[in-house]
Design a binder for this molecule. Structure first.
Ligand code: DX5
Ligand code: ZN
Length: 222
């Protein structure tokens, strides 16, 4: 299929060097990437911890990348302000926990940045439908969130196909993003299903510069 410069490869710095995160960002920026994916984990919604708004704010000072912030939190509504203040460009929140999703989306958007809604592999798309005209991005997890380095779940592409069909039928604008286990071998499958943004942690940072360039070229972002 035709490659499209509008497609985005978003490296996940979860797979970067956490003693030198700014260098991991710079590596992606020097490679020509436009987005960086930042995973925030609370040890409750997912069984792991990562980093908080102070880290995002400090990284923001030295980077012009688009900050794609993925909140894996039980109560993301309680932490929106610090991540907005930290300089996020887009904040994605999960559909699964109980909180006022619409209010949280409105809080994010009224601050002038973009809002995304995320579902885990086991969550159906039905709960997303009322929000499709309100969000800038839908993130489909292709692993159970919490850790990098897991295997890509191809079965999630069925949800991507359905959502991209709805988007086309209803003339909606949201971007479709996938996250988890994504490598160059999955790019065609994702693009064929209508995905716009591919997050890659391990498969990006484990490669040398030539490998990362090849990966970006397959996505079409080069
Ligand atoms: C998983 C995170 C992902 C992760 C992806 O919980 O949301 O963003 O960093 O890493 P890989 O590409 O290694 O699966
Ligand atoms: Zn993520």
């Amino acid at each position: 299929m035709d490659k499209d410069y509008n497609k985005i490869l978003a490296p996940s710095i979860l797979a970067g060097n956490h003693a030198h995160l700014a260098e991991s960002l710079k590596l992606a920026e020097d490679d020509g990437r436009r987005w960086i994916h930042l995973d925030i984990m609370d040890g409750h919604f997912v069984p792991n911890l990562s980093f908080g708004p102070q880290t995002v704010a400090d990284l923001r000072k030295g980077s012009g990348l688009f900050f794609d912030v993925h909140l894996m939190l039980d109560q993301p509504n309680l932490y929106l302000e610090p991540f907005i203040e930290a300089g996020s460009d887009l904040i994605s929140i999960h559909l699964e926990p109980q909180y006022d999703h619409r209010k949280a989306i409105n809080t994010i958007k009224s601050s002038g940045i973009q809002a995304g809604l995320v579902i885990n592999p086991a969550t159906e798309i039905d709960g997303l439908i009322p929000f499709l005209s309100e969000v800038d991005l839908i993130l489909l997890m292709t692993v159970n969130p919490g850790f990098g380095g897991q295997s890509f779940m191809e079965s999630v592409m069925e949800k991507a196909r359905k959502l991209s069909q709805i988007r086309e039928d209803e003339g909606l604008q949201f971007l479709l993003e996938v996250d988890g286990g994504v490598g160059p071998e999955h790019v065609d499958l994702c693009l064929d299903a209508g995905v716009d943004v591919l997050v890659a942690g391990t498969a990006y940072y484990k490669r040398d510069a030539a490998g990362r360039r090849d990966f970006a070229q397959i996505v079409g972002e080069c």
